[in-house]
Design a protein around this ligand. Structure first.
Ligand code: FE2
Length: 205
């Protein structure tokens, strides 16, 4: 890490909201050590290098994402900015002893958009297994409806006029050490034991 990154607020690695072992046994400390400490850190550091000295250098992550989305001359900046944002959002979408029942306000919104909570969770699992290659699955608010969407690689609903409520990372680096190729088992375990419904409820508009 260079000194530029250490002294700037916008593109520093945000702290994990819990210890690296706090999500065990669903996600191992070893997975978090590499996922947070190498992958997430790598996106943040690469972004900081790419924007240094440019007009993007002092913008927030979400502004950088908005400014570079769809621009063929800014693909690397978009990818690293979106991955930095997506990972920060992912860590907050999880919590130790998560899962269970959503807060009432969120549960009512889920039941208005899906048959019930189980159908919403199953839609997230299906999205994960039908996402070809690396990407993300999301619960989003789209106008008054809640939807499950999936995005490939670094893509994010932030630039699709949808409000992300929670996400699950389905890149192999998120689960391969613990689940090998069993992506659906990882997503089900996260939904049952780690998902932070309270965080999603706080995001409702
Ligand atoms: Fe990741």
């Amino acid at each position: 890490m260079n000194s530029t990154i250490e002294t700037r607020d916008l593109h520093t690695l945000p702290p994990l909201p819990y210890s690296q072992g706090a999500l065990e046994p669903v996600i191992s400390a070893t997975t978090i050590k590499f996922h947070y400490g190498k992958h997430h850190r790598g996106y943040v550091e690469t972004l900081s290098t790419l924007v240094a000295g440019t007009e993007l250098a002092d913008l927030t992550l979400s502004r950088i994402i908005a400014e570079t989305a769809g621009r063929t001359d800014k693909v690397a900046i978009f990818n690293n900015a979106a991955q930095a944002w997506n990972h920060g959002f992912y860590w907050r979408s999880l919590r130790p002893k998560g899962g269970g029942e959503p807060p009432a306000a969120l549960k009512h919104r889920i039941e208005a958009s899906f048959a019930n909570l189980d159908a919403c969770k199953e839609a997230l699992v299906t999205a994960s297994t039908t996402q070809f290659g690396s990407g993300w699955v999301w619960l989003v608010q789209d106008a008054d409806r809640l939807k499950v969407v999936k995005t490939g690689n670094a893509e994010t609903p932030l630039v699709k006029n949808m409000k992300p409520l929670l996400t699950i990372d389905v890149w192999e680096h998120a689960y391969y050490l613990d689940y090998q190729n069993r992506r659906a088992d990882y997503v089900r375990a996260v939904l049952d034991k780690l998902i932070n419904w309270g965080f999603a409820a706080d995001g409702l508009g």
